[in-house]
Design a binder for this molecule. Structure first.
Ligand code: P6P
Length: 332
């Protein structure tokens, strides 16, 4: 029997474009291929981290006040370079940069904004735990006079995303993305340097048996979250739950997407508005979750409906199977 055709992510992107936007100029596909190129570069660096002396902090502190790991810097540079030269990305915003960056050459006519966390979970790098890249793509109106503040293009609610995705650098390098027409996964074949389709149509189970939360903060969660977690542990749902927490959002979400269950980062004493970032963590993850049949809220409100007011603003995040997310809402 002939082996299945090798469908690369670039072919998939073009087919999606042809099917959904027959008159598309292909520039969106060109943009997405810039991201996949950057992620191949990042994957190669992550895979060799222990050998390249890129482990350990580079001594600086980023806008989050967190020690910057060298790989963070390399990952950020790879994305800025690959996207900045695409010709249709006018504004880029990164977890690593205090303010959005403008591609001056494309500021007037560039139609896209890309927001990303270049290497999420980077504190896990030194202990070889999975880390990830998360990206969110928005449209913007041309600005012929180049007068619009770049932040105006960035602070859009999540339902306006035209695409979102992540790459998890784990036992293999897996890219998962959506353009609003379902969720597809690709695995990097390092021997040919191509992302090959491996998860043609990802659907999140309607319920699961895993909850994922940093239990060390449990005493400081709002009371409704504590009662909800107690309910899951009590067996009164009729299911026995396991607790799994990597401490790397992309790894914890990827497992939730494939196996179902619920991931929570509630408000805590240290982070009363939640720790995770709305624009480049919660929004892209929420878009993917909903496209796969799941839900994503800040406990009560749909993540994708939240109107951002600042580039690095935080939000509580509850994301996962419909049944568990709705059950939590009933406790709040
Ligand atoms: P905590 C990693 O630093 C991160 O931003 C996410 O990837 C992860 O889900 C979260 O923080 C872990 O935070 O407080 O549980 O260590």
């Amino acid at each position: 029997m002939n082996p299945p055709p090798l469908l690369t992510v670039e072919q998939h992107i073009l087919e999606q474009q042809r099917r959904r936007h027959p008159h598309a100029t292909g520039e969106f596909s060109w943009l997405l291929s810039g991201i996949t190129l950057a992620c191949k570069v990042i994957s190669a660096q992550v895979r060799r981290a222990g050998l390249l002396d890129v482990l350990g902090s580079v001594g600086q502190v980023n806008v989050q006040g967190e020690a910057v790991q060298k790989l963070d810097v390399l990952a950020n540079r790879a994305l800025l370079h690959c996207l900045g030269s695409r010709g249709n990305v006018a504004v880029m915003a990164s977890e690593e940069n205090a303010e959005p960056l403008v591609a001056e050459r494309d500021r007037a006519l560039g139609r896209y904004v890309v927001i990303f966390d270049p290497l999420d979970g980077s504190s896990n790098i030194d202990v070889n735990v999975s880390v990830g890249t998360i990206f969110s793509i928005l449209r913007r109106e041309p600005d012929p006079e180049c007068r619009r503040p770049p932040l105006d293009d960035v602070l859009q609610p999540g339902y306006r995303q035209v695409a979102a995705g992540y790459v998890v650098y784990g036992s293999s390098t897996v890219l998962v993305y959506t353009t609003g027409d379902g969720v597809t996964g690709f695995t990097l074949d390092p021997s040919i340097g191509a992302f090959i389709i491996s998860h043609p149509s990802i659907r999140m189970p309607s319920c699961g048996s895993i909850y994922s939360v940093n239990e060390a903060n449990a005493e400081t969660f709002p009371e409704g979250y504590q009662r909800f977690l107690g309910h899951l542990r009590s067996g009164r749902t009729g299911r026995t739950y396991s607790s799994r927490y990597v401490g790397s959002l992309v790894a914890d979400f990827h497992r939730t997407l494939l196996k179902g269950g619920i991931f929570l980062y509630p408000p805590t004493r240290q982070h009363p508005s939640g720790k995770l970032r709305l624009l480049y963590e919660a929004n892209p993850i929420a878009f993917i979750a909903e496209q796969a049949g799941g839900l994503a809220t800040d406990g009560m409100n749909r993540i994708l409906d939240l109107q951002p007011t600042a580039l690095h603003q935080r939000t509580p995040l509850v994301v996962g199977s419909r049944e568990e997310v709705e059950l939590l809402r009933s406790f709040l």
